[in-house]
Ligand binder design. Sequence first.
Ligand code: UT7
Length: 331
Amino acid sequence: MMKPFKAGITGTGSILPEKKLTNSQLESIVETSDEWIVKRTGIRERHILEDDVPLAKIAAEASVKAIEDAGLNPVDIELIIASTCTPDYLTPSLACTVQGEIGAKNAAAFDVNAACTGFVYALQTGRQFIENGTCKNILIVSAEALSRATDFTDRKTCVLFGDGAGAVILSKVDDGTGVEEACLGAVGDNADVLTLPCLYASDADIEKRNEGKKQVLWMDGSEVFTFASRIMSEATKNVLDSAGNEMGQIKYIFPHQANMRILQNAAKRLDVSMDKIYSNLEYTGNISSASIPVCLDEASKKGLLKKGDKIIMVAFGGGLTYGSALLTWSK
Ligand code: UT7
């Protein structure tokens, strides 16, 4: 039976910092080449937060844009869920800082961290508050400053990551649109293939890193690549099946933007054309949990999404985590 109301995306906003880091600039930092980076990842440039700008600033700016896009005021927001694995502070949470910055004084606020899958985890969490009648309007903001957790002497990771923020408003909608299904998962016994220590680091994690660089991201790229190539198509199929939909009904897939070859592998396994797979990786790099909401905002502003279009969002990331969601566009 169709639910009387659902949680729909009614507004989007995003910010990519102005400062850019191009492949040719990276050539003078580590032993790499534009050719290698483009061929092996599809990335040409990424946006980087200035040193004196807190992540919360771009998170708040993206949030204000999303609230305006939904035709709401900050005081209409009843809950803020922020996803990040690179917060300015452990406490206050990013969500609380955003709440204060934008004047969303009626909102409760908390963070989730599921690394690059954070937006899908936050969406599935927020959806519950709408569907059980607790909230009518929720702000989900995913913001990341990966450049601050990058070892710029490690060519295996420093060419991949960038900074950015994306936000959506999840509102109670009763027109048949909104989130239909979402699937979340984790593989904690593979946790050590992608790590970013905070207040503690194991001896093994200290050993892996260049000396003196404890609080930087370390990754076994090929292990993550293998996991991603499999899970992106599996998680997409799972959510499609749970919603009782066929791929032909889906307008776009919005995947986490990590590597163009991962997107191509997923397209191949799903037997869909790359035209159906939205990508901005070329000029954002991997911005972790911010990548899907930034893509959604771009696609919405470009007029690629119309009310009633079905889309799938699918992500994987540190943890390891993965998740997918299928929704009908509400705007
Ligand atoms: O959001 C989730 C987080 N992460 C990901 O999704 C990343 C998933 N993994 C990947 O995207 C890929 O594994 C990488 C892009 C990280 C690496 O690509 P790869 O094709 O798997 O390369 P590789 O690690 O197998 O390395 C191949 C070669 C190595 O040289 P040797 O040992 O064969 O001589 C590397 O040292 O490429 C070398 N290499 C580089 N060369 C130039 C690695 N990084 C670079 C670089 N420039 N930046």
